[in-house]
Ligand binder design. Structure first.
Ligand code: MF3
Ligand code: CO
Length: 258
């Protein structure tokens, strides 16, 4: 069942997703060679709580941390660890969720650790642009498949893999609501987009094969060929005047600019 949101509810979702954006910015400021993913998780949890929210991921279906931090061949749901030390050339996908005022925020960003290989830099840029192309289709009267096809077509035009096993979702009082938002599909198919829907669009794009493996820890998803993957996520409201992106990457990009 799809829950349509009022303007007031959309503003509460925006507040959450801005806090997620600010948390990702704070995490981004600390991303450098030598830092552990556990330390980044601690920074995020402290930041979220000090802003009057709680980490939405912590305890979700038993998930043990505030962030998902997925390095290089890890696609999503990497568990922060004091044994994972970032090094120059890594890429780090950080997924963050907050809960406050009855609503959830959920967004993700892939960061570079220092200088990364040109091919990997392109993977990051194309994945972010695929998200923009998908979000541009989040309009009243379109269907979910219009978003899915836009993401897929753009990513595949570079020869990249589009992960099939995980998808975006509606968001509201719960982190995962209907509809599912796959990153592949056909234009004109799937649920109709209506004013007041709020969805998370989250392309997971791979440098090589699209096939993924679920690790023994019960969470981590990685590429089978161990080539790099990138992941960006926005919460987007479908409004009369077009897509309203509730996440603000400019906060993150301002913070990591040097
Ligand atoms: N952000 C993820 C998603 O969009 C959720 C993280 S899974 C959790 O589905 F268990 F860590 F919460
Ligand atoms: Co999500």
């Amino acid at each position: 069942m799809i829950h349509l949101k009022t303007n007031e509810e959309i503003e509460l979702l925006r507040e959450n997703n801005i806090l997620v954006s600010e948390t990702l910015a704070e995490v981004g400021r600390h991303i450098q060679p030598g830092v552990t993913t556990k330390e980044l998780d601690r920074i995020a949890e402290e930041f979220i709580r000090s802003h009057g929210a709680v980490p939405a991921f912590l305890g979700y279906q038993g998930y043990p941390a505030s962030l998902c931090i997925s390095v290089n061949e890890q696609v999503v749901h990497g568990i922060p660890s004091d044994k994972v030390v970032l090094k120059e050339g890594d890429i780090v996908s950080v997924d963050c969720g907050t809960f406050m005022k009855g609503f959830v925020g959920d967004s993700a960003y892939t960061f570079a650790v220092g200088a990364v290989a040109e091919e990997v830099r392109q993977l990051m840029e194309v994945t972010k642009e695929a998200l923009c192309k998908g979000a541009a289709q989040a309009k009243v009267g379109n269907r979910v498949g219009d978003i899915s096809a836009a993401v897929q077509q753009y990513a595949e035009s570079f020869g990249y893999g589009v992960v099939r096993e995980l998808e975006g979702h509606g968001i509201g009082r719960k982190m995962h609501e209907d509809p599912g938002v796959p990153n592949y599909g056909a234009r004109g198919r799937g649920p109709l987009l209506k004013e007041g829907m709020v969805i998370c669009i989250e392309p997971m794009i791979t440098q090589g094969s699209k096939t993924v493996v679920f690790e023994e820890d019960g969470w981590t998803v990685r590429t089978r060929d161990r080539k790099a993957a990138a992941h960006y996520e926005w919460a987007v409201a479908i409004r009369k005047n077009g897509p309203d992106v509730l996440t603000d990457f400019s906060i993150i990009e301002q913070a990591i600019k040097h």
